[in-house]
Design a binder for this molecule. Sequence first.
Ligand SMILES: [Cu+2]
Length: 131
Amino acid sequence: MKNTLIGLASAALLAVASLAVAAPGGGGGGGGGGGGTANPSTVTAQGLAFSTAEIALPPDAPSTIHFENKDAGVSHDIAIYTDSSLGTNLFRGQIITGPASIDYSIPALKPGTYYFHCEVHPTMHGSVTVG
Ligand SMILES: [Cu+2]
């Protein structure tokens, strides 16, 4: 329990830090990435659907999901839960209105299979595989 709380707290700090770094950069291709997380997962929302039904994340380490919302004027996010009953929330991404993109800082997760969806459109969903 304590570890989880500490993990969440540091994840929150990371989120703040990355928000500060990730100034709104404009549209085009990615700029030279900094160090840190290798191989961020990219998820796109377009046409009220996610580009993938499965997100793979590394186990036991913080990670990044690069989220691109390509639906102009439509709000999306990614929220991760332990399972589709939505009993326990593990991550809740900031909702962004497209076209826009954001890097979500995901806290360390234990190996397993989880559930993600868009909180604005819960019919947009999939699974998160860790490990
Ligand atoms: Cu949505």
